[in-house]
Design a binder for this molecule. Structure first.
Ligand code: HEM
Ligand SMILES: *[C@@H]1O[C@H](CO)[C@@H](O)[C@H](O)[C@H]1NC(C)=O
Ligand SMILES: *[C@@H]1O[C@H](CO)[C@@H](O)[C@H](O)[C@H]1NC(C)=O
Ligand SMILES: *[C@@H]1O[C@H](CO)[C@@H](O)[C@H](O)[C@H]1NC(C)=O
Ligand SMILES: *[C@@H]1O[C@H](CO)[C@@H](O)[C@H](O)[C@H]1NC(C)=O
Ligand SMILES: *[C@@H]1O[C@H](CO)[C@@H](O)[C@H](O)[C@H]1NC(C)=O
Ligand SMILES: *[C@@H]1O[C@H](CO)[C@@H](O)[C@H](O)[C@H]1NC(C)=O
Length: 528
């Protein structure tokens, strides 16, 4: 009995000791190490708001956010000066800490950058494959992007990029146009029916996102309706679920705050992976049977590029089937909402600027003519539409920020950004900065892009709609085509006015979206 008592005490002692060690480790990781990192950045002269443990600056960010939701702007007189609405905390901190400072998500320090010159100097030190993506986000969004192109780093990124980028070449993309026309025409018929039934108010954002989702599902897999819908619904559900859990990124054990949602996301992610894997495997079998007849869609093109890599004798360079699944998901999440939002914000701005609505219609009549049978080769003639697109992407960038993580110490002038630092680039701030664009920075003026692809921005790193450097968006050309097709068809059939029900309050839900939807009054045109 006594013996047992002694050993029991011993066990308790050892356990207590282990617990103490664990506690010390945790304190070091969550408290001491972040403080050291902060000290290091401070020594370099980078300031920022004071963080608290363990939430960092999250509390302040949330408070500023909820304050703002009620101060929405009257729709009849709305402003494009949205930065203080979209990122109220950054807008406030900029005033006291400048355009480069450090803030904290939980115990993770982030270097905030809204200064293109700083960005230029920093990125001239780092080639594309040496950039990291913040581990906190990579883990959090793993069910969405996995190891798809958006998230991979280093040599893996080079390998992925070399296979994915050629799949998006202009010849391949052209083949996808007819699916875009088909899906858009279906939406147009739906709208016409609704208007005929006496209700001309249409939530354009919801409609266009649904259509863009259908388009991306069909351009990836050529799947008609039901199958595409199934994958689409699951992928959307995943995004919704994840965005409920995203609020505590960077906080220790943050993902357990909303454990049910985290589990749900994991489960959905798994279902999607299996669904996609079975589609791809069926496709692969088919392809080895008839090599000539590979399907004309993004997956087919990707598998084709992948096949070339294998034929080169370098099997190790090809993508595994898991990686192909992740690329498909990446195209889905990276490709449909962004494009849909570019189109939706354009419809809003055109509803506010009737003159531009008419100018674009005139251009469409001249370049494309009156027929509903769009000829893709003519799209490049839509010059004004391209200026409008660039200007809308400037004022309402669907990807409102770009993230990086330093994988080495980076020297910028006389300061050093330490290895491991997360970097958060504020695209909205730069796109609305009067020091970069002039006094009219917050006005809609597409002609600024007339003779200058940089829109007259006085710094070439000040316009970042599609990112920068070697990691620039691979889907750009696909987006240009989809934007022009959808807008051409819509403007040929309808005119647009802002609905009195519209509440102008852009906010970030992964992408930059209208918080309360985007109701417009849509009227059929007399045939133009
Ligand atoms: C208006 C539409 C779009 C916008 C605003 C947009 C924006 C961006 C931005 C800002 C980046 C850079 C991210 C970074 O550097 O961290 C990016 C990368 C990427 N985008 Fe897009 N995108 C659009 C459409 C598309 C489409 C249609 C696809 C594919 C179907 C796509 C696929 C990708 C991929 C795979 C990357 C990662 C490239 C890499 O890291 O090498 N995007 N996009
Ligand atoms: C409304 O428009 C007028 C003139 O166009 C402008 O002076 C005023 O500042 C605007 N008000 C708001 C709240 O944007
Ligand atoms: C849309 O416009 C085209 C031609 O501009 C026309 O052929 C088509 O019937 C219109 N669609 C609807 C639903 O009105
Ligand atoms: C296999 O190929 C045939 C003919 O090319 C096609 O009809 C069929 O849909 C393909 N099946 C799959 C699963 O891709
Ligand atoms: C940066 O930090 C990571 C992890 O802390 C380490 O593995 C890596 O070797 C470091 N990179 C350099 C270049 O020192
Ligand atoms: C170097 O750092 C000091 C502050 O530590 C700053 O005042 C100075 O402007 C910096 N020099 C350059 C060239 O950025
Ligand atoms: C887009 O297409 C043009 C040619 O039309 C090509 O030069 C460019 O490399 C393409 N961009 C991407 C990102 O694929």
């Amino acid at each position: 009995m006594e013996f047992l008592g002694v050993s029991g005490a011993l066990v308790a002692l050892v356990a207590a000791f282990c617990l103490l060690i664990l506690l010390l480790i945790l304190i070091f990781c969550w408290w001491v190490s972040p403080i050291l990192k902060q000290k290091k950045l401070k020594r370099c002269g980078i300031g920022g708001p004071t963080p608290s443990f363990p939430l960092g600056n999250i509390k302040e960010m949330k408070r500023k956010n909820s304050n703002n939701i009620h101060s929405s702007i009257v729709s009849s007189n709305l402003t494009h000066d949205i930065h203080s609405n979209v990122f109220p905390y950054f807008s406030t901190w900029q005033k006291s800490h400048g355009k480069v400072f450090v803030y904290w998500l939980g115990t993770e320090p982030f270097l905030y950058v809204a200064d293109p010159e700083f960005l230029k100097k920093m990125s001239s030190e780092v080639i594309a494959k040496r950039w990291g993506k913040p581990s906190v986000f990579r883990n959090d969004r793993d069910p969405m992007f996995g190891s798809g192109l958006v998230m991979v780093e280093g040599d893996d990124w080079v390998r992925h990029r070399n296979i994915v980028a050629p799949a998006f070449n202009p010849l391949n993309i052209k083949v996808l146009a007819s699916m875009m026309v088909e899906s858009t025409n279906k939406m147009i018929e739906r709208w016409a029916t609704q208007i005929n039934s006496g209700n001309p108010e249409i939530d354009v954002e919801r409609e266009v996102i649904a259509t863009a989702g259908e388009i991306i599902a069909r351009t990836i897999f050529s799947m008609k309706d039901n199958n595409a819908r199934d994958v689409f619904d699951k992928l959307r559900a995943l995004q919704m679920t994840l965005f409920k859990t995203n609020r505590y990124v960077g906080v220790p054990f943050g993902k357990y705050f909303d454990f049910k949602k985290t589990l749900e996301a994991k489960k959905l992610g798994k279902e999607i992976d299996e669904l996609l894997l079975s589609i791809i495997e069926a496709r692969n079998k088919n392809n080895s049977l008839n090599k000539e007849n590979s399907q004309q869609d993004l997956l087919g093109m990707l598998l084709q590029e992948n096949q070339h890599k294998k034929v080169d004798g370098k099997v190790g360079k090809a993508l595994t089937m898991r990686e192909v699944v992740d690329e498909c998901k990446t195209f889905f999440f990276g490709g449909h909402e962004t494009t849909a939002l570019a189109i939706s914000w354009t419809l809003l701005v055109l509803a506010l600027h009737e003159d531009w609505q008419n100018q674009l219609r005139d251009e469409i009549r001249e370049v494309v003519g009156n027929n509903n049978m769009l000829d893709v080769t003519m799209l490049s003639g839509l010059k004004k539409m391209k200026w409008v697109m660039n200007e809308v992407l400037r004022l309402y960038p669907p990807a409102p920020n770009v993230q990086r993580q330093a994988r080495d110490d980076i020297k910028v002038d006389n300061l050093t950004v330490p290895n491991g630092t997360n970097i958060w680039i504020d695209v909205v701030a730069m796109h609305h900065d009067t020091e970069l664009w002039g006094k009219d920075a917050n006005e809609f003026r597409p002609e600024r892009f007339k003779d200058d692809v940089n829109g007259g921005c006085n710094h070439r790193m000040g316009y970042l709609s599609f990112g920068f450097g070697g990691r620039m968006c691979v889907g750009r050309n696909l987006t240009y085509m989809e934007y022009k097709i959808v807008l051409t068809l819509l403007l040929s059939n309808f005119s647009f006015k802002v609905s009195p029900a519209y509440n102008h309050s852009p906010s970030v839900m992964l992408s930059l979206r209208p918080t309360y939807g985007l109701p417009l009054i849509v009227q059929p045109l007399q045939q133009i």
